[in-house]
Design a protein around this ligand. Structure first.
Ligand SMILES: [Fe+2]
Ligand SMILES: [Fe+2]
Length: 128
């Protein structure tokens, strides 16, 4: 994973790797594959966020509301650009090429890292 985004919580790192793989495929894909891959990215992100939110509820994580709110914002944006790109493919491409990675990176560094630290401090590094 680039930019030291590894959190050393395997279940989170696997999901983050999955996102980056899909993003790389979206960068390189043919026109006909763009929307289906974009839709897969939304579904995968929904699962990824649900997984983290379920853990935060289970362990009553102190920062969970901020984290859940940010998930809702990120997913909402992704869906907004997906819908736009049905009529205006350039908007979807711009989101994927210029925006999605920075958004993801900031979330991992600023928000997911707090959850990862909490899991380590409370001995829950093996969470699946
Ligand atoms: Fe995450
Ligand atoms: Fe998250």
């Amino acid at each position: 994973m680039p930019d030291n985004l590894t959190l050393n919580i395997a279940s989170m790192d696997e999901r983050h790797d999955g996102f980056l793989e899909l993003l790389a495929r979206l960068h390189a894909c043919e026109k006909a594959d763009f929307l289906p891959l974009f839709e897969t990215m939304i579904e995968q992100t929904r699962e990824h966020f649900h997984f983290e939110e379920e853990m935060m509820h289970r362990y009553d994580f102190y920062g969970r509301q901020e984290h859940i709110d940010e998930h809702a914002t990120l997913l909402g944006e992704m869906q907004y650009f997906y819908e736009k790109s049905k009529r205006m493919p350039m908007m979807g491409r711009a989101y994927i090429n210029d925006y999605a990675y920075e958004k993801f990176k900031r979330h991992v560094i600023n928000i997911d890292s707090q959850l990862a630290m909490f899991l380590k401090e409370t001995g829950r590094t093996q969470e699946q």
